[in-house]
Design a protein around this ligand. Structure first.
Ligand SMILES: C[S@@+](CC[C@H](N)C(=O)[O-])C[C@H]1O[C@@H](n2cnc3c(N)ncnc32)[C@H](O)[C@@H]1O
Length: 289
C-alpha cells in the first residue's frame, strides 16, 4: 500500500487530518487496561462506558453471520480488542499510523492477533461483501458528508452482516453538562498550580477535530440509503464523563452510575424523546439487506 498517497487521499474537512490525529495518539496513549474488562476494578466513567459498549457488542454481534469484524477509524481499538478476545477475527483500519501503532500495542498487551491496515474509510481497500461486522466508535461525526463513509462501510459488509456506529455529535446534551463541570475543575487545577497564562482558554475543552451536529433522522436516512434494514438510531448514555478531582470520580461518581445502571440501560434502549434530546451520543445499527 502506498502510504504517502493514502494519507493524501482524504479531503481534510476542517481538521480531520491524520497528522492531527497522530499528535493526539502520541500525546495521549489510550491503553486497553484490564480494568475495562474487569468491572470490579473500574474507577473511571470512560472505562464504564466502554464496559457497557462491550456488553452491547456481545448481545448485538451474537447475531452476526460470521466472525470477520472490521473497525474503521480504530484509534486505540478498544472494542476490537474485546472482539478479538470474544473469538472474532479483527481487522483494524485507520488513516493515522500513530493510531494503528497504538492499536497494535493494545493487541499485543492483551495477547490477541489482528490485522492492521493503514487506509482511508472513504476508499476502503477491501472487496465488496468482505466482513460480517463493520463498526466504528467516534468516527462518523468527523465527516461533513456522512453518506460517503457509511456507503463504503456498507459496501464491504456481507449480506446479513451487521453495521454499528457510536457517534458523538456536537450539540447540546447531558454531555455538555459534564464538559462544563470538567472545565471548572481544570480551571481550579490551573489556579492551584499558579498557571495563569490563557487561564480560560486552556481550561476549556480543546478538541481540534471537525465534528458535525447532524440529527438522528439524518443518520437514519444515510443508513437507509446505503442499503441497511432493521435500522435503529437512538440517543445513548445518561451520565456524562466528568473529570472530578480528589479521586471523587472513582469513589463516588462511578459507584453511583453502577448502581443506576438499569436506569441508564432503560434510558438508552427506550428510544424515547428524552433519550434523543439528552443522550450523550447517538448509537446506530442495522443489517445489510
Ligand atoms: C475518535 S477517534 C476513534 C477512537 C477509537 N474508536 C478508539 O477506540 O480509540 C477517530 C479515529 O478515526 C480516524 N479517522 C478519521 N478520519 C478517518 C478516515 N477518513 N479514514 C480512516 N480513519 C480516519 C482517526 O485517525 C482516529 O484514530
Amino acid at each position: 500500500m502506498d502510504n504517502a498517497k493514502l494519507l493524501g487521499d482524504s479531503p481534510d474537512p476542517v481538521g480531520n487530518d491524520p497528522h492531527v490525529w497522530g499528535k493526539q495518539w502520541t500525546s495521549r496513549k489510550v491503553y486497553v487496561e484490564r480494568d475495562y474488562l474487569d468491572e470490579g476494578k473500574i474507577t473511571r466513567r470512560d472505562q464504564l462506558s466502554w464496559k457497557f459498549q462491550m456488553e452491547h457488542f456481545d448481545t448485538l454481534f451474537a447475531r452476526a453471520p460470521g466472525k470477520e469484524v472490521l473497525e474503521c477509524g480504530c484509534g486505540s481499538a478498544i472494542m476490537s480488542v474485546h472482539a478479538a478476545l470474544q473469538g472474532f477475527q479483527a481487522t483494524m483500519l485507520d488513516f493515522s499510523p500513530d493510531g494503528l501503532d497504538l492499536a497494535k500495542a493494545n493487541f499485543d498487551a492483551n495477547h490477541v492477533q489482528g490485522k492492521f491496515v493503514l487506509g482511508d474509510v472513504l476508499k476502503l481497500p477491501f472487496p465488496d461483501n468482505s466482513f460480517d461486522v463493520v463498526m466504528s466508535y467516534g468516527l462518523l461525526e468527523h465527516f461533513p458528508d456522512i453518506d460517503a463513509p457509511i456507503r463504503e462501510m456498507v459496501r464491504v459488509l456481507k449480506p446479513s452482516g451487521i453495521f454499528a456506529a457510536d457517534i458523538i455529535p456536537k450539540r447540546f446534551s447531558i454531555a455538555t453538562l459534564g464538559e462544563i463541570v470538567t472545565s471548572w475543575v481544570r480551571f481550579g487545577n490551573r489556579l492551584k498550580r499558579l498557571q495563569f497564562k490563557n487561564l480560560f482558554r486552556e481550561s476549556r475543552r480543546n478538541f481540534p477535530h471537525y465534528e458535525n451536529n447532524y440529527s438522528i433522522q439524518k443518520y437514519r436516512r444515510a443508513l437507509e440509503e446505503a442499503g441497511l434494514k432493521d435500522i435503529v438510531v437512538t440517543g445513548s448514555g445518561l451520565f456524562p464523563q466528568i473529570g472530578l478531582p480528589f479521586g471523587l470520580e472513582g469513589k463516588i461518581y462511578v459507584p453511583i452510575i453502577k448502581s443506576l445502571r438499569r436506569l441508564e440501560k432503560y434510558f438508552t434502549r427506550s428510544s424515547s424523546r428524552w433519550t434523543d434530546w439528552f443522550g450523550c451520543s447517538w448509537y446506530a445499527h442495522g443489517i445489510k439487506a
